[in-house]
Design a protein around this ligand. Structure first.
Ligand code: NCD
Length: 347
């Protein structure tokens, strides 16, 4: 049962999310996960609401996951692709957003290679008093809130499948390994995991994790809550006793910037293998947001081993978590549908 009221029109970052709000998302996703396990995997919660996916950057799972989530909530979905759009005729992004606004869009999911684009569109939507909600589907190196929320849900579900909760993360050791400097997934996870009381350990070569990175996060925390972040330049101390290991895609473009000697050497120092996780908790589980470079961030056999890998679970949970986000954000739009929304969702 969710008792913290949802007050956000937009979800652009998790930096100022409280533990209670994170738990609201998790508990709402629990209800939708149950919906997804039924024979009729659909609820009428967002009937008549228009969700527009505006992905200016390539994406496989995030875009499809948002599309399926919106459809499972009975929303009408528009998918925008920059390649075939008027952007190539010189239209600005804000004008594109206003075009979809004029078509009656209520919720926009925006991914862009530049940090700040979802925020700029949200600001414009507010300035125009549209009531449109903007959800950040990943912007530059800044944030990827829905990924971190699905990671949080996956962790809570793993810790107690019968009663998943973000509160179960208190005191759990989560190692985040890899290209942290260039990862919006890591940044968003840092906010959510630490807000829930997890002890986060970062491990990467110094070129991908500059000294003071973790401390800078703690220092800029807008909520003033204690956050536990420890950083390491080798893998061993991060893995020791870890409950979860979160690996990140090694962005191959970093090679050309000479931040790494070679993928092979990276794997030798920071690749997650069966041998390496032997120092973690016996129940350790490994996550990866995808897309994975097999044999680089994580050994191929470990990635495919369901005893350790949560990668498929992350994708499955992603739909329920994105349904939860769209539902919570769309609720204001669909205020008069409150009754309908409650039917079959169990909130
Ligand atoms: C991530 C992204 O795009 O930020 N992937 C995803 O959304 N599943 C991670 C990545 O591309 O490395």
């Amino acid at each position: 049962m969710v008792d913290t009221p949802w007050t956000r029109r937009h979800v652009l970052s998790l930096a100022d999310f409280t533990a209670a709000e994170l738990e609201t998302v998790v508990q709402t996703a629990v209800s939708f996960r149950e919906v997804l396990s039924r024979r009729t995997r659909k609820v009428p919660a967002l009937q008549g609401v228009v969700v527009t996916n505006m992905f200016f950057e390539p994406s496989t799972r995030t875009r499809s996951s948002f599309e399926l989530a919106a459809k499972r909530l009975s929303a009408d979905v528009i998918n925008f692709s920059p390649g075939t759009s008027s952007l190539s005729k010189g239209e600005t992004i804000l004008d594109t957003a206003k075009t979809y606004l004029a078509m009656g869009t209520n919720l926009m999911v925006i991914r862009h290679q530049e940090a700040g684009v979802p925020m700029a569109i949200a600001t414009e939507m507010d300035r125009l008093k549209t009531g449109v909600g903007v959800l950040n589907g990943g912007d530059g190196l800044h944030a990827h809130p829905s990924q971190a929320l699905l990671d949080l849900f996956t962790l809570g579900l793993t810790l107690n499948p019968d009663n998943p909760s973000s509160s179960l993360l208190v005191g759990k050791k989560v190692a985040i390994v890899g290209d942290i400097l260039h990862s919006r997934v890591a940044r968003s996870n840092l906010w959510s995991l630490t807000a829930c009381g997890a002890e986060v350990h970062l491990a990467a070569p110094p070129t991908l994790l500059p000294p003071g990175f973790g401390q800078a996060f703690v220092d800029q925390c807008p909520l003033g809550i204690p956050r536990s972040i420890t950083q390491h330049s080798t893998l061993t101390p991060a893995l020791e006793g870890a409950d979860f290991v979160m690996t990140l895609r090694l962005q191959k473009e970093r090679m050309t910037q000479h931040l790494l000697p070679s993928l092979r050497e990276y794997h030798q120092g920071f690749g997650i293998t069966r041998d390496r996780i032997a120092s973690c908790q016996p129940t350790v589980k490994v996550l990866h947001p995808g897309p994975v470079n097999r044999g680089v961030e994580i050994s191929s056999d470990l990635m495919d081993d369901p005893r350790f890998s949560l990668i498929s679970e992350q994708v499955t949970s992603g739909v329920a978590v994105r349904m939860a986000l769209l539902y919570l954000m769309g609720f204001g739009q669909a205020g008069d549908r409150l009754e309908t929304a409650n039917v079959g969702v169990g909130l």
